[in-house]
Design a protein around this ligand. Structure first.
Ligand SMILES: [Zn+2]
Length: 88
């Protein structure tokens, strides 16, 4: 007799599979440190994946004037695509 436990994968297993199959996000939500305008910019998914598989770290993104607002600024983003800090 097969129990429900054996027949259905656990939530943890589903999440682990999902993380493997689903591509990493390729957009990061940022806020301008000058005018607080927020927007999303594209990042290279391969860069995010290699950073995540390396166990963390941050990458530096240059935001050009006109991408989110009229300001150009630099932001540090971690492997979960959380903006750590932004400066002009
Ligand atoms: Zn701005």
């Amino acid at each position: 007799m097969i129990t429900m436990e054996a027949a259905t994968p656990t939530q943890a297993a589903i999440r682990a599979l999902d993380a493997l199959i689903r591509p990493p996000p390729d957009r990061v939500r940022l806020m301008c440190p000058v005018c607080q305008a927020s927007g999303r910019i594209r990042v290279d998914p391969a860069r995010v994946r290699s950073m995540a598989s390396a166990g963390g770290g941050v990458m530096q993104l240059q935001v050009q004037a006109g991408e989110i607002c009229d300001h150009a600024f630099t932001v540090h983003v971690d492997a979960h695509l959380c903006a750590r800090c932004a400066y002009q």
